[in-house]
Design a protein around this ligand. Structure first.
Ligand SMILES: O=C(O)[C@H]1NCC[C@@H]1O
Length: 343
């Protein structure tokens, strides 16, 4: 992770005087994180999802100024610190990118963990500092190694991840009928192996990966209505991850490249995508809590590790009409109120 500072001054036609926005620039595994620390107009809303809706509906010009050229670039990524409404949270965050506002971001949680420790947002403790970041998807617990006054490796436990659909067939213009898995790791992704699209992730230029993943995302969005156990604002397809297809457990890294938002390509292995991919591998019996798997970015080669932690429940649902909780167990399908679960 590297850090630098940007102070951007701008005004838009509706607002004067000019706004001075302060940011801290970091990256995780090569993917940028522009942390907005000061200068944003007041954000209304009680809950984090209300705040997310407020910035989307009222302050989108600021996202464009901070993410797009000339201050940003096509694959820029942002995190805006907000007051959390979750009781146990140390900080709240809204995520933004080239097209809108994400619900979860692993690479950002990793950078924010170090940011919070290095800037004294939370008191640093050796050998590890623990904090809770409230993301739009929910609270994410983060641990930051801290030794001799320096922050180091970061790990996090995300919200419950679950498989939405396995082997879902979709028709993709120019590629024909392909099978995708759909899973949630704080955001919904479609996954498919490179060979389904006639690619080899090891050699394909990044623009080919971007161009292949984008019509898959569009096709899945059209064909598969998604639903989320907690809130409809969390039920949308964030992107498509193309993998090297090496899902069976192996000590060497499996590669994946995530294309999200408006065809933005992640330079990191994608924390929320890795979380969703672990849920798929768990469901297929390819990984268990005793195994840690390495996931490499097909874009830069940077590596994150992931493993399932435990089975859990989330939200109210109807299991074949019987009512109860969403059960995120390996061998059970989940059904919840008002949702057509396709798998
Ligand atoms: O690591 C992640 O989860 C994110 N990186 C960019 C796209 C995802 O939000």
């Amino acid at each position: 992770m590297a850090e630098s500072k940007l102070q951007a001054t701008f005004s838009d036609s509706k607002s004067s005087p000019a706004f001075v926005i302060k940011t801290v620039e970091m990256h995780t595994g090569g993917h940028p994180l522009r942390i907005i620390t000061d200068g944003y107009p007041k954000i209304e809303g009680k809950t984090i999802l209300e705040k997310r809706a407020y910035v989307r509906d009222n302050l989108d010009v600021f996202r464009k100024r901070l993410m797009w050229e000339p201050r940003g670039h096509y694959d820029m990524y942002g995190a805006m610190l907000v007051d959390p409404d979750y009781k146990g949270a140390d900080i709240g965050v809204l995520f933004m990118h080239n097209e809108g506002y994400s619900t979860m971001c692993g690479h950002a949680c990793i950078a924010l963990g170090r940011y919070a420790v290095d800037k004294g947002v939370v008191p640093a403790k050796s050998p590890q500092t623990e904090l809770v970041i409230q993301c739009p998807t929910g609270p994410v617990k983060v641990w930051v190694d801290y030794q001799d006054g320096k922050s180091g490796r970061v790990r996090f436990h995300s919200v419950p991840a679950f498989v939405f659909a396995l082997d879902q067939e979709v028709d993709v213009p120019n590629y024909g009928r392909v099978k995708v898995d759909i899973a949630y790791g704080g955001a919904f992704y479609a996954f498919l192996p490179d060979r389904s699209l006639g690619l080899d992730l090891r050699t394909a230029p990044i623009h080919a990966v971007r161009n292949a993943a984008t019509p898959v995302t569009e096709a899945v969005k059209k064909a598969v209505p998604l639903c989320h156990p907690e809130h409809p604002d969390l039920a949308f397809l964030y992107g498509t991850t193309i993998t090297d297809g090496r899902d069976e457990y192996d000590p060497t890294p499996t590669a994946n490249t995530c294309v999200f938002g408006d065809a933005s390509v992640d330079r990191s292995p994608t924390g929320s995508g890795v979380t969703a991919r672990v849920a798929i591998q768990y469901r297929r019996g390819q990984i268990d809590p005793s195994k840690e798997r390495q996931f490499a970015s097909g874009n830069t080669g940077s590596v994150m590790t992931g493993r399932p932690v435990r089975e859990t429940t989330w939200g109210e649902f109807d299991r074949r009409g019987s009512g109860g909780k969403l059960v995120l167990h390996r061998n059970r399908r989940v059904y919840w109120k008002g949702c057509q679960y396709p798998a």
